[in-house]
Design a protein around this ligand. Sequence first.
Ligand code: 5RP
Length: 227
Amino acid sequence: MISRIDQGELKRRVALAAVDAVVPSLGTGAIVGVGTGSTTNHFIDALAKLKDRFEAAVSSSIASAERLAAHGVRVIDLNDAETIAVYVDGADEVEPGGALIKGGGGAHTREKIVAAAAERFICIVDESKEVDTLGVFGVPVEVVPMARRSVAGRLRALGGEVRERAGFVTDNGNAVLDLHGLTVADPDALEAQVNNLAGVVENGIFAANRPDLVLVGTPEGVRELVP
Ligand code: 5RP
């Protein structure tokens, strides 16, 4: 088990490695997609030093957009971006095949949208996020508020325990239910099954669209996992 301080340093180091990995994608007109969370915050801070080498960023959350803007990085709407050269984001769990659980910060809907729009998806994690099988973190599910109760019942029927994030509202104005107690043996199937429930906006399993590259921060250095 690594300490909090060690984990913060691993997040910083893997974020710096991600900046090195995106440099070949930069240039005139290049748009960079940016995720959300503490690991991504390190990425934003380092990427901002290269702000003269790309056109703009597309952000997956209001929080990241504000951080980028505070650094003087131009932030544009996804609808105004012709292409996104590369998208960089953290994760809550990553399994050996590269499927992820995201949404610890409740931003997974926009994260999935921007990741899907990007030509390249790079995921950055410290080694504590590596698991053999997804599920221990729980599966965040963004839900239209009027469907909280009905979706919670459907999720419970899958065999899990459902906890509502009390008082939390996503950037899209919705609620988040966390589905705990499931071993996600087939991430592709569960991602599709949960998204098929009426009232679900998006869930935090990233299996249909997996990252092209996962960078893992370890005390020995940054390891590459190519799913
Ligand atoms: C936010 C996310 C984050 O990427 C995920 O929670 C990891 O966060 P951190 O880098 O702070 O550990 O999915 O919705």
